[in-house]
Design a protein around this ligand. Sequence first.
Ligand SMILES: Cc1cc2nc3c(=O)[nH]c(=O)nc-3n(C[C@H](O)[C@H](O)[C@H](O)COP(=O)(O)OP(=O)(O)OC[C@H]3O[C@@H](n4cnc5c(N)ncnc54)[C@H](O)[C@@H]3O)c2cc1C
Length: 459
Amino acid sequence: MKRIVIVGGGYAGFYTALGLERKLIRSDEAEVILIDPRPYMTYQPFLPEVLAGSIEPRDALVSLRKNLPRTRVISGSVVQITHADKAVIVRPYAGDDYALSYDVIVVTAGVVTRTFPVAGLKQGAIGLKHVEEAIAIRNRLIASFDRAAAELTVGPQRRRLLTAIVVGGGFTGVEGFGELLSLAECLLPYYPELKREDLDLRLVQASNRILPEVSERTAARVLKSLERRGAQVHLNTQVVSAVNGRVVLSTGEQFDTNVIVWAAGNGANPIIAKHTDLPVDSRGFLIVRADLRVGTEDLLIRDAWGAGDDASVPDLSADSPTGRVVANAQNAVRQGRLLAANIVASLRGRSARQYVHRNLGTIATLGVGSGAFQSGRVGFTGFVAWLIHRAYHVYAVPTWERKVRVLTGWCISALFGRDIVSIEDEQHPRAAFVRAGIPEHHTTFMCDESTTNEVVNTA
Ligand SMILES: Cc1cc2nc3c(=O)[nH]c(=O)nc-3n(C[C@H](O)[C@H](O)[C@H](O)COP(=O)(O)OP(=O)(O)OC[C@H]3O[C@@H](n4cnc5c(N)ncnc54)[C@H](O)[C@@H]3O)c2cc1C
């Protein structure tokens, strides 16, 4: 029996495993193993709404074990792929690394947030690619409102708490910023101590326009709508330093902030770029043919397949022969499905099909009631674009259970408003328990008066 190992259970990996489960009718045809450090697939387009509190964090996740019952799921990271030996090295959550052999490898490990050597970035910024990051940004903004409202005087500390910055004017950055703005707008009525003009929300973009994925006209409308809502958008600007929350821009402007969201694009997954003998391009992306096999038309690497954001796939729908498929969910899902079909075809001695997909368009959320839409030359912003965004994503999120949960959540929010509670202490769940005072283990709790007093005093 062939062993198929899938590295990464995001969009492309999840749909590959799902397709293999459906197509490999006889269970002795192949064993499918999926390796991912996370036990879930993240529906990333929902992260901006998780940040804003419009979607419950767990509803943006799809359990791998629950939805892939015939796949063996390993919780761990692949730290090396040696195709010459047909083996991967797995780093489990606990315990030592171990080697796992395979007959067929599928590389769908996605990308990482691209960073630059900016002082203070590593210590203070948060990305927007994982659900934990979306939760942390939301908690931090709400906690900042709570703290700012408790300040007696309007001073630098209060200003810092009410300042937030998103770096990156691409899709992720603009959606994240629009939803951050929407969360702040929703919070204000509950904080009579704070006024709209106290807020300082900024979007920083290195180039001369935002949203390169849509037309210039649509992008300009999005920019205007953000500015109308009181945001500051800095074009042709970079963050040059962010030490201890003090942001310095390339224009020379400086300000303090409590929230720095970094969404400045995608970088190659280090495992693909540096820890494999599979071929990668100059950017560190896996070189994949149009049929999703690793290699080129001249050099085929047998039994290795790749798809999704980590792969550089020829775009057969493009006019230029050197065009590559855009890295987005639209393509990752379709590639995952085709990958499953092609692997099964190759196991049964049939030929693989090529990946061809013409982009359907782009939709973005900019906060409740506001969105952007672009398909070909048709582009518009506003409420209808936002409705299309929601309708499309509730249709596209995998599993009926998640669709129902997300839709129900939206209906509840429409009736009662969004939840505005920060549970920032979730990051330190033992803090209250430890603060309560834990008696030393050599004392007898009931009889030791000093310890008992300490507990009472601390409490
Ligand atoms: C905020 C946000 C909004 C987005 N909105 C849209 C949108 O509206 N429309 C759209 O088309 N696209 C959108 N995208 C892009 C889309 O989500 C990605 O293109 C898509 O997730 C790519 O799928 P993938 O399977 O290649 O990678 P991912 O979905 O990122 O999955 C990669 C998986 O590999 C795992 N992994 C990584 N390294 C290893 C390792 N060493 N070993 C084992 N596993 C590993 C990861 O844990 C992850 O589960 C958005 C992205 C973000 C961040």
